[in-house]
Design a protein. Structure first.
Length: 607
């Protein structure tokens, strides 16, 4: 019987090629979109779960008060680590200080490559379940002159040869021996962009400023990760450690807390010290879009099927006359629906395969169809059955309800309300379609606004690269050599990139300042040519100049900084920084140095 149902369904499709093409094509595209979004959602919801200690891992954060607002930050002072270990070590399995992920030069023979890396404590590899191909996790970073590199980095430097035990040049300063090679982190890990790990002891010995920060509670320039012991929980432990830093920083009155790994990716936005969402909003949004697209495809199928009702009315009448039960007719029409769904599903899988590379490039993912996963096949078959029932139920029950006598006499006419369900479906289809189109236009306009918004500096022809301490000490020589090439208009250096803020400073004072205001400014130390190089716009005063020896203590402020200070005619006025007087020589137009959707931070530049 079932075989006959599908045979009749196939003949019906062949007989009505145009309708069948529209039905199959519409469902295939809808299912392909839903499948692609489903793969993306799975990737987002499983973020960081590659780490075995996922449920016990956290990063130490703080809430503080600056500019009369509560802010949340993940930058820590070094002394907090030993205090946590000494006072509350029983709650923690392990702690690890780390630097930020930054670029480093790795050299071997004639090969030189630039790779991202972090300085970490020896406990880090076991905490984050580093998957070592070569080396031993327990002692891989205990030698200060060692380095651990990713599998992809090892292939670039050594090809198919063994990397373990070989020595490479690190940042053109020191020689480090490879003590381990780890399998690259997947794209859905917070450490996917880290290709090297270097011992924390090497950081201390090679960077004087880091060593000087060991007992400095004011320098929040590091990250601290924690692994809780089994039985400990984040809320209780956060309450224990929250007041650690208050005695050392009464101005911002910071409260320390543990931010679980499970929230890093999807709940990373904070407002007034409380989680206010993050990428989870996009997860819900894209999930709804996937559902809507699939519903639209199903509605399209229902409408086309019911629109052909008069053509199939005599078929229903004849089959009922010769003894077909309504249940058999329902099964017949549902079989047609399932046949269309199965063909559409096959095409949808093909479309996903063809478009996944393009989608991965846009989304920054590494998605693929998990062919070997039983869960995937159970899900996909359930998905097909649900779609078949959803798309075929109304046509099946509607067509099977025709009265054979009226149909065969030619007196069958749809009732006044018979077309109402189809009208509702069409209205719903157009409503959802128009809503999606309007949403797409709004998002497109927002992206265009961000792209075309004035950033306050000239991006054309600007090249940015990161230098080590040795190169920084020879910056004047480098600048002169580059200018001699004739291809470079100007060269400068700064303590942070133009497209990000790496340092926020307090300790500023000025005439008329509210004593209760704990003011913080984004801070960038630059060379004299910075303004000319980036092409910022001077609104008041002048730019830095080597012609003025006093400019080594001068300041240039952006509009947001002037607004925060609240001083009129600020050029020529003096601002105290850490007890030292600094003269304001200029005001520049606000520069977009972070996300174009974030407020501009009050920023101060000095030489």
């Amino acid at each position: 019987m079932l075989k006959n149902y599908f045979k009749i369904a196939w003949r019906s499709l062949l007989k009505n090629k145009t309708t069948g093409f529209i039905n199959i094509g519409g469902l295939a595209i809808g299912m392909a979109v839903a499948l692609m979004i489903g793969l993306w959602l799975k990737d987002e919801l499983s973020f960081n779960k590659v780490h075995k200690n996922y449920d016990q891992l956290a990063q130490v954060y703080l809430n503080g008060t600056i500019n009369n607002e509560i802010y949340t930050d993940d930058a820590m002072a070094l002394p907090i680590r030993p205090v946590i270990e000494q006072k509350y070590g029983s709650d923690f399995e392990a702690l690890s200080l780390t630097s930020w992920n930054s670029q480093h030069i790795l050299s071997y023979n004639e090969k030189r490559i630039l790779k991202n890396g972090m300085f970490v404590e020896p406990s880090f590899p076991e905490m984050f379940s580093l998957n070592l191909i070569e080396g031993n996790t327990a002692n891989v970073l205990k030698n200060p002159n060692s380095i651990v590199i990713s599998e992809s980095t090892a292939k670039i430097l050594f090809g198919a040869g063994q990397a373990f035990g070989k020595t490479i040049r690190f940042d053109a300063i020191s020689d480090l021996q490879i003590s381990g090679v780890f399998k690259d982190f997947p794209k859905n890990s917070s450490f996917s962009n880290v290709q090297t790990f270097i011992p924390w002891e090497h950081y201390l010995s090679s960077q004087e400023w880091v060593k000087n920060s060991l007992d400095n509670w004011d320098n929040h320039s590091f990250q601290l990760f924690a692994q809780l012991k089994e039985g400990s929980n984040f809320e209780t432990t956060s309450l224990k450690i929250k007041d650690i830093e208050k005695a050392h920083d009464p101005n911002t009155n910071p409260e320390i807390f543990l931010f679980p790994m499970s929230k890093w990716h999807l709940y990373s936005d904070f407002e007034n010290g409380v989680i206010a969402g993050g990428r989870i909003q996009y997860v819900w949004l894209f999930g709804l879009i996937g559902i809507f697209v699939l519903i639209l495809a199903c509605i399209n199928f229902m409408n086309l099927s019911t629109a052909r009702s008069e053509k199939r009315a005599k078929e229903v009448g004849i089959r009922k006359t010769i003894g077909s039960l309504r249940s058999q007719l329902i099964a017949q029409f549902l079989s047609e629906s399932f046949l269309v769904v199965l063909i559409s599903l096959t095409l949808a899988l093909a479309l996903v395969l063809l478009s996944q590379d393009w989608f991965n490039e846009i989304a920054g993912k590494n998605l693929s169809i998990p062919w070997n996963s039983p869960i995937f096949w159970v899900s996909i078959l359930s998905f097909a059955i649900f779609t078949g029932l959803l798309a075929g139920s109304y046509p099946a029950f509607y067509l099977s309800s025709f009265k054979p006598l009226k149909v065969l006499k030619g007196t069958f006419k749809a009732g006044r309300l018979a077309a109402l369900p189809r009208q509702i479906l069409v209205t719903l289809q157009f409503t959802v379609s128009i809503s999606l189109i309007i949403g797409t236009i709004v998002v497109f306009q927002q992206i265009e606004h961000a792209k075309n918004r004035s950033v306050g500096y000239d991006r054309d022809g600007m090249i940015q690269f990161f230098s080590n301490e040795e190169l920084l000490n020879k910056q004047d020589i480098l600048r002169n050599d580059l200018l001699k090439t004739g291809a470079i208009e100007e060269v400068t250096h700064s303590s942070g990139p133009v497209t990000n803020i790496w340092s926020n400073q307090t300790g500023f004072d000025w005439e008329g300042k509210d004593p209760a205001l704990n003011a913080a400014f984004a801070f960038s130390a630059t060379s004299h040519e910075y303004g000319k190089t980036v092409g910022w716009e001077i609104l008041e005063g002048r730019d830095f100049s080597r012609a003025f020896s006093t400019d080594t203590s001068a300041l240039i402020l952006n509009e947001a900084a002037v607004k925060l200070i609240g001083m009129e005619d600020i050029v020529g006025k003096t601002i105290q920084y850490s007890g030292e007087p600094h003269q304001v020589i200029g005001v520049i137009k606000n520069m977009v140095m972070e996300s174009p959707w974030k407020p501009i931070k009050p920023t101060i530049f000095n030489v």
